[in-house]
Design a binder for this molecule. Structure first.
Ligand code: CP
Ligand code: NVA
Length: 306
């Protein structure tokens, strides 16, 4: 089992399914008022270079529910790469805490932290990947249909969410159809690695420029912001590039029964309309809720001594 949770591509289908199963159990236990104290006395350091609502709160609440504690570290407090080299930060934290969550711009920084730290490092989102979100998404999908029967269509930017969905689907052998502009396809290295994983798992992965083609017959239609954190200067240009990729009532006529997914935060009126985000097919707040449960399962898996 890998030490870290940096990329779903590093994990086996068996491990991911076990984490999802434990997440389902932890959700059930919490609703029954039970909070297993599996991480009692443990501490998690959470380093966030970018804003966050869901990732920050769910990791902090999750640690506290498991009997542990979390410390939020902001870049200005740490000065990673300016006040202190990333490797030295990782070595220090490893002497004090039981795990590290890092949300960074550069994926290479999370990889460096994970290589140097002796404690587990969890990717809380980088420009390249957002694996914790996809685990919550898979839990949410599994609450509706058998994962193997899901037909997931992702419409919009080939960003960190698209990349992570590619890895999740290709490890687990699922069907994922991507619709992005040619200019904003997922990262080619992610696409190539997914293709290799898919060849082994039997996943059906496809890409098209046409959102209608992707969503036709899909059981889940997923979208994400057209302007990810750090790309704000490109927002006006991106609104034009992705104008034909909005998830709205007209597009969903091609997938009559599909559930609608979004990792949030949503840019309402851009990638998704209010009507759809707030509509009866939307399961976006189930996804957000499941961040809590699945990350508790990830933390247990990485931190609890076996
Ligand atoms: N979906 C997600 O990661 O949300 P935050 O950016 O608020 O953490
Ligand atoms: N693609 C988005 C995801 C936010 C959870 C971003 O990186 O800003």
């Amino acid at each position: 089992m890998p030490k870290d949770f940096v990329s779903l591509a590093d994990w086996t289908a068996e491990d991911l399914l076990q984490i999802l199963d434990r997440a389902r159990q932890l959700k059930h236990l919490l609703k029954a008022g039970e909070r297993p104290q599996t991480l009692q006395g443990c501490t998690l350091a959470m380093f966030f270079e970018k804003p966050s609502l869901r990732t920050h709160v769910t990791f902090e609440a999750g640690m506290s529910q498991l009997g542990g504690h979390a410390i939020l570290l902001r870049p200005e407090q740490v000065g990673i790469g300016t006040r202190e080299a990333p490797a030295d930060v990782a070595k220090n934290l490893s002497r004090w805490v039981d795990g590290i969550v890092a949300r960074t711009f550069s994926h290479a920084l999370v990889e460096e932290l994970s290589e140097v730290a002796s404690v587990p490092v969890v990717n809380g989102l980088t420009d390249l990947l957002h694996p914790c979100q996809v685990m919550a998404d898979l839990q949410t999908i599994a609450e509706r249909v058998e994962l193997k029967d899901a037909v997931i269509a992702y419409v919009g930017d080939g960003n960190n969410m698209a990349n992570s969905l590619l890895y999740g689907a290709s490890v687990l052998g699922l069907e994922l159809r991507l619709a992005t502009p040619k200019s904003h396809r997922p990262a080619s290295r992610v696409w190539r690695r997914s293709a290799d994983l898919a060849a082994a798992s039997g996943a059906r992965i496809s890409w098209s420029e046409d959102p209608v083609e992707a969503v036709s017959g899909a059981t889940f239609v997923y979208t994400d912001t057209w302007t990810s954190m750090g790309q704000e200067a490109e927002q006006a240009e991106r609104r034009k590039i992705f104008a034909d990729y909005q998830v709205n009532a007209a597009l969903l006529e091609h997938s009559a029964d599909a559930f609608v997914m979004h990792c949030l935060p949503a840019h309402r009126g851009e990638e998704i309309t209010d009507e759809i985000l707030d509509g009866e097919r939307s399961i976006v707040f189930d996804q957000a809720e499941n961040r809590l449960h699945v990350q508790k399962a990830v933390l247990e898996r990485l931190i609890v001594p076996t």
